[in-house]
Ligand binder design. Sequence first.
Ligand SMILES: Cc1cc2nc3c(=O)[nH]c(=O)nc-3n(C[C@H](O)[C@H](O)[C@H](O)COP(=O)(O)OP(=O)(O)OC[C@H]3O[C@@H](n4cnc5c(N)ncnc54)[C@H](O)[C@@H]3O)c2cc1C
Length: 322
Amino acid sequence: MKYTDGKNIMVYAQSADGAPVGAALETVSKAAELAKANGEEVIAVVFGKDTDTKTVITAGASKVLVAGEEGLPAEEKAQILVKLAEKYQPKAVYMAGTPEGKMIAPAVSAVFESGCVTDVTGITADGVYTSLSYNGNVLNDMKMGENLPHVATVRSGSFAKKLDESRTGEVIAEDASADTVRTKVVETVKEIAETVNLEEAQIIVSGGRGMGSKENFALVEELAEVMGGVVGATRPAIEEGWVSRAHQVGQSGKIVAPKLYIACGISGATQHVSGMIGSGYIVAINKDEDASIFDVADAGIVGDVTKILPVMIEEMKKRKAE
Ligand SMILES: Cc1cc2nc3c(=O)[nH]c(=O)nc-3n(C[C@H](O)[C@H](O)[C@H](O)COP(=O)(O)OP(=O)(O)OC[C@H]3O[C@@H](n4cnc5c(N)ncnc54)[C@H](O)[C@@H]3O)c2cc1C
């Protein structure tokens, strides 16, 4: 199944409990900018008839195709996206670089024998895709071949979400369904930690192995709370059982881009840094002045986190009380 002549950008707008996720809206907004530059439009796809299509339109979609169910496995969603791409023949299909997006994207491009670039941080109107490799240490500019659609997953926080209430669009119900279903969701277990919305957070206070114990890790949680932020963590802190896996930031965790990231007792391993390097302002607290986290920090404090965090918490509390 191949085509080389396409128009418009299709975006899979992933949702959770009927609300499009932030990274999907960022992708729609970027696609809208690119489509406008080429005199084209954005055709978004959402799963589930109760999914909020209005927000997808305000983010920049001219058409929203509603298909299937939100809870379908990635395999089925990929097959439905393939059918919709066949029908609408878009030039490109984009989606958020979530774990689900990273499963769907290659499955779609494989059917069309077209290119697929993941972890994209930049896209030009003439189809140059900037993507991160080697844990964010190398930036590649890539062009895809002539087969369409060009498929890309977009790294969270790479583009701004631009919501414009005045935008209007068309909502179209599609009855496409998957032909081959090899996996079936038998049960969905919702973690208590599901409320952890690291990707959307404006402030993240993260703790690493240097916190030393679960009791000390509570200081990270307290600072996050007084600052109105969200708790992040390195993999060792999670493996120690100080906090649940939903809080992990990094290569095998979440990719975050808050305005402020406070790294407490974190060494700065590339697997962690690749997940938070997109933060607006990074503050690092480490007792080792040579720790590599200071190489990426905008402000650094050399000292013992267990002594520094209580001072910061008290100071924040005082300021809030003023
Ligand atoms: C395939 C793969 C994927 C991975 N994915 C991830 C990932 O997604 N996220 C992730 O985080 N890691 C990931 N890792 C692990 C990663 O390589 C590092 O081991 C990890 O990030 C280090 O965590 P840390 O900084 O908490 O611990 P450490 O490297 O042990 O650093 C602890 C730091 O705390 C400082 N410290 C100690 N005590 C104090 C104190 N009292 N006050 C102040 N500072 C103190 C130390 O100086 C040190 O710099 C991955 C590894 C692999 C191989």
